[in-house]
Design a protein around this ligand. Sequence first.
Ligand code: NAD
Ligand code: FE2
Length: 386
Amino acid sequence: MSFKRIILNETSYFGPGARSVIPEEIKRRGYSKVFVVTDKELVKHKVADAVLTLLSGASLPYEVYDNVKPNPTIANVQTGVAAFKASAADVIVAIGGGSPIDTAKAIGIIANNPEFSDVKSLEGVAPTKQKTVPIIAVPTTAGTASEVTINYVITDEDSVKKMVCVDPNDIPILAVVDPELMVSMPKGLTAATGLDALTHAIEGYLTKGAWEMSDMFEIKAMELIAKHLEKAVQEPANMEARSGMALAQYIAGMGFSNVGLGIVHSMAHPLGAFYDTPHGVANALLLPFVMEFNASACLEKYRDIARALGVKGTESMSPQEAADAAINEVKRMAVSIGIPKSLRDIQVKEEDLPKLAEAAFKDVCTPGNPKQVSVQDLLAIYRTAF
Ligand SMILES: NC(=O)c1ccc[n+]([C@@H]2O[C@H](COP(=O)([O-])OP(=O)(O)OC[C@H]3O[C@@H](n4cnc5c(N)ncnc54)[C@H](O)[C@@H]3O)[C@@H](O)[C@H]2O)c1
Ligand SMILES: [Fe+2]
């Protein structure tokens, strides 16, 4: 018999300025030295500083590891493991978008499960025995929800592939979701990461494993994104909109982490591996095309999506009309926040499409898609999006 399972992180704080709790939480738990995982841009733009000054102010010693690129690589993880060991730290603070938080998870898992030092063996559902080194995750984008998910994604450059790693042992002990750290996101990043969160909510709602508990999270996330995303893009310093998106992406993560996703993510991952396309941009562009493909498998759920996104009069629509309304609302939102319209616009090469379709078919997210897909189906969707 199979049971439903839900895994969430232990403690989370939300709201402008929430980062101020970090030193006390570290001391209360008895940790003595911090290994900070972040990236060079966040150091350069002083986003990491907003947390580092708190550590210094509380006389907590720390070392910074910032060798993390967007779509982080196996090398980013392995040099991070070596730096972590040399630091003699006992807690990790991950400051950043999904890339630094995912890298921190891989570092923390390998530090306590050294038999997985090759990183590649962590792909899929990894049979690690020990929990990660304790991680405090501090997101600076509103998209991936890595602070509350049991997943992390690392690029294997040799095989040109993004490895999705699923492991309950990787979950951060503490998430600090402070929208003040997201204000510096440029418009394009706010838009792309926000549509990553919307993709999590929609795919998490339509995926085969979805159930009452995950539905509850995904519908709420869609409502919040509909209310706050466009404002967060138009008015970067609007704290209500930033707070709304910070919460929305987290709630979407509480759901999808436990039930899986679908082929928007399967198709986005190869774009990241082949062209280093930012994850949010890849998802944002593909989402409406995949929604069109999947509609016939779950028409009635599209009515719920349309309603959650704020479309009026969904009750009197036919199932097909309601599905079209949901898809059109997603398209409208993407256009209004400036998401590129075609794969051609983001320098994807037409001759690569068959290889991308092969890679997407093998992705960990594909079995969760509500509609059965073949390599040919995936190729057809890529061609339409091209
Ligand atoms: N763990 C999960 O469950 C999960 C879910 C979805 C995606 N992912 C993965 O997460 C990665 C994407 O993460 P992301 O979209 O958050 O972006 P990211 O972490 O890759 O960051 C993208 C860029 O934005 C910059 N940036 C981040 N925050 C900023 C801020 N506040 N101000 C200015 N610049 C800022 C970074 O320095 C970086 O240059 C991908 O590798 C993706 O596959 C993981
Ligand atoms: Fe995602």
